[in-house]
Write a protein that binds this ligand. Structure first.
Ligand SMILES: NC(=O)c1ccc[n+]([C@@H]2O[C@H](COP(=O)([O-])OP(=O)(O)OC[C@H]3O[C@@H](n4cnc5c(N)ncnc54)[C@H](OP(=O)(O)O)[C@@H]3O)[C@@H](O)[C@H]2O)c1
Length: 249
C-alpha cells in the first residue's frame, strides 16, 4: 500500500498509539480521518498531525477530527460518511480504539454482563460495524487494508483481563474471516506490544515504564506493516515488533 496520498481512518486517534500513527501517516503524505470521543485531546492531535504533514516539504497530507464513540451504533454511518467526505474513499482503516472496561479490571465472575457488553461494543462491534460500512467499497475497488489493533491478551489468558481478552480474540477472528471473504482487501490483527500509554497506566499503574515501548516507535513499525500489506498473508496476526520502523522524511 502506497501511503502517500492514501485516505486513512484511524480510531482512538487522540492519544497513545492512534495519535502517533495518525501523525506518522500524515507525515508520510496520507489524508487522515481521526476518531476519538474527547474533543479537546482530539483537536490537539489533529493539529499535531497537520503540523507534521506540512513539514519541510510543503502540504502533503491533511488530518481531520471526528468526535464519535465507536461503541455507539448510531455513530457508525456518521463516522464512515464523514470520513469519506473528508479524505475520500478509504484505502486504510485502523481499528485502534479500545477499552479495558472497568479498572482495576475485575475477575470474570465479578464482571457484570453489561460491563462485558460495553467492552464488546467498543472493541468488537464498533470495528465490525465500521468494517461493514467501509470494506464493501474496498472490495469493489479491489484494494484496501483493514488493521485491527490486537493484544497478547487475545491469545494468552491473564486473570482479570477476561472481557478485554475475549474482545481482542474475537477481533482477531474477524480479521481472519473478513480476509477469507473479501480478498484481495487485506485484513490483519496486529499486536503492538506493551507501550507507555494511558491504557497501560490504567491497567498496570505500577509497571516499570522504562520497559515499555514508545508508541511513536510502534507507530513507525505499523507504517511499515501497511506499506508491506500485499506481502503479509491475508488475515494474519502479526507482531509490530517484527517490522522495522519506517524512515519518514
Ligand atoms: N498500551 C499497551 O501496552 C497496549 C498493549 C497491547 C495492545 N494495546 C492496544 O493498542 C491500542 C491503542 O492503545 P493505547 O495504549 O494507545 O490506548 P490509549 O492511550 O488509552 O488511547 C486510546 C484511544 O482510543 C480512544 N477511545 C477510547 N474509547 C473510544 C471509543 N469508545 N470511541 C472512540 N475512541 C475511543 C481514546 O480517546 P477518548 O477516550 O477520548 O475516546 C484514545 O484516543 C488499543 O487497541 C489497545 O488495546 C495497547
Amino acid at each position: 500500500m502506497e501511503i502517500e496520498n492514501a485516505a486513512v481512518l484511524v480510531t482512538g486517534a487522540s492519544r497513545g498509539l492512534g495519535r502517533e500513527l495518525s501523525i506518522a501517516l500524515a507525515r508520510a503524505g496520507a489524508r487522515v480521518a481521526m476518531v476519538a470521543r474527547g474533543e479537546e485531546a482530539l483537536e490537539e492531535a489533529v493539529a499535531a498531525a497537520n503540523a507534521a504533514a506540512r513539514g519541510p516539504h510543503g502540504e502533503r497530507g491533511a488530518a481531520h477530527g471526528l468526535a464519535f464513540d465507536v461503541g455507539d451504533k448510531t455513530a457508525i454511518h456518521r463516522i464512515a460518511g464523514a470520513a469519506v467526505a473528508l479524505v475520500g474513499n478509504l484505502d486504510v482503516v485502523v481499528h485502534n480504539a479500545s477499552t479495558l472496561g472497568r479498572v482495576p479490571m475485575p475477575l470474570l465472575l465479578d464482571t457484570d454482563c453489561e460491563e462485558l457488553e460495553r467492552v464488546l461494543a467498543v472493541n468488537l462491534l464498533g470495528p465490525f460495524r465500521l468494517t461493514k460500512a467501509l470494506a464493501g467499497s474496498m472490495f469493489l475497488r479491489k484494494t484496501g487494508v483493514v488493521a485491527f489493533v490486537s493484544s497478547d491478551a487475545a491469545v494468552s489468558a491473564y486473570a482479570r483481563w477476561g472481557a478485554y481478552g475475549v474482545s481482542k480474540a474475537a477481533q482477531d477472528h474477524l480479521a481472519r474471516t473478513f480476509a477469507a471473504e473479501l480478498d484481495p482487501v487485506r485484513f490483519f490483527a496486529v499486536d503492538p506490544g506493551e507501550m507507555d500509554t494511558k491504557m497501560h497506566a490504567d491497567a498496570i499503574p505500577d509497571a516499570d515504564r522504562s520497559t515499555l515501548a514508545d508508541p511513536r516507535d510502534v507507530a513507525l513499525r505499523l507504517v511499515t506493516l501497511l506499506t508491506r500489506a500485499a506481502r503479509v498473508p491475508n488475515g494474519a496476526r502479526v507482531l509490530a515488533s517484527d517490522f522495522p520502523k519506517a524512515e519518514l522524511r
